[in-house]
Ligand binder design. Structure first.
Ligand code: NDP
Ligand SMILES: O=C(O)C1=N[C@H](C(=O)O)C[C@H](O)C1
Length: 248
């Protein structure tokens, strides 16, 4: 059966690519494209089953509130997630237990594999730092992917009995050592010409390991978005990370 899909944030960098990908998918019908200022009621008027939400950290909660209270499954890649926000959406899902919500910090297979490989490496190395590099139009820092990667690394270290890293720095300018995400330093570079890149650097006595991923075009995110839309309608509740829909 054809899946009726809407895109919110349809004029954005990733949203415009998603519009084309959904329109080209043989098992999907693109039923609505919403931009800033569009009426969210257009979603139900168009009979959307799934909304692909790709907007802005300031907009995502309002869009999810509407969709999850109007019977629409959601796939979102928008960033800016906090424990408080996750708790709010879990509450909305409790009120609509038949609905699925996928929050994907990154839709690209390479980035997801990079996170998984980093989780494995985290058990074996004394030191780790994350460097993420993005285009100069990005609103948030550090990236959602880097934040999630650092959280996964910290959890893997804790599980392996590794202590939280101690920073030896005693003299520095504010920000020089990056943001502290669960004890993992995360550095954010913003540069015209880049798209989305991340390197996770591990170090121990006499060796280093760098796990690097580069998204060179927004097309890298499209197979993940389409997979997410197909799977979310049959997966009630919150799914955090596209890896749960992959046979990793
Ligand atoms: N998970 C993943 O794999 C990926 C996630 N992202 C994330 O997706 C988000 C969007 O990124 P990007 O496309 O680069 O950003 P853009 O600014 O290029 O696009 C966002 C679009 O959403 C629109 N918008 C903002 N608020 C609303 C709203 N309430 N309703 C409808 N449309 C709205 C914006 O309109 P206006 O321009 O008027 O503000 C803009 O057209 C970011 O959070 C980014 O980090 C991006 C790439 C991959
Ligand atoms: O804003 C972007 O471009 C991206 N945002 C996501 C993030 O913050 O991790 C995913 C990817 O890095 C591209």
């Amino acid at each position: 059966m054809t899946l009726r899909v809407a895109v919110i944030g349809a004029k954005g960098r990733i949203g415009s690519e998603a519009v084309e990908a959904v329109a080209a998918a043989p098992d999907m019908e693109l039923v609505a494209t919403l931009g800033r200022g569009s009426r969210l009621e257009e979603l139900t008027e168009a009979g959307a089953q799934v909304a692909v939400e790709l907007t802005h950290p300031d907009s995502v909660m309002g869009n999810l509130d509407h969709c999850l209270h109007h019977g629409i499954h959601v796939v979102t890649g928008t960033t800016g997630w906090t424990e408080e926000r996750l708790s709010t959406v879990r509450g909305w899902l409790d009120e609509a237990p038949e609905l699925g919500l996928l929050i994907a910090p990154n839709f690209s297979i390479g980035a997801i594999l990079g996170m998984r490989f980093s989780q494995i490496a985290a058990r074996y190395f004394e030191s780790v730092e994350v460097v993420e590099l993005h285009h100069d139009g990005k609103a948030d820092a550090p990236s959602g992917t880097a934040t999630r990667t650092a959280q996964l690394i910290a959890a893997a270290r804790a599980e392996a009995g590794r202590p939280v890293q101690q920073d030896p720095t005693t003299h520095s300018l504010p920000g020089a050592r990056g943001a502290d995400v669960d004890g993992v330093p995360v550095h954010a570079v913003r540069l015209r010409g880049l798209l989305a890149h991340q390197q996770v650097m591990f170090g121990d006595t006499g060796e280093t390991l760098t796990i690097r991923h580069d998204s060179l075009h927004h097309s890298s995110f499209m197979p993940g978005i389409l997979l997410g839309a197909r799977k979310v309608v049959e997966t009630p509740g919150l799914t955090l990370g596209l890896e749960h829909f992959l046979d990793l």
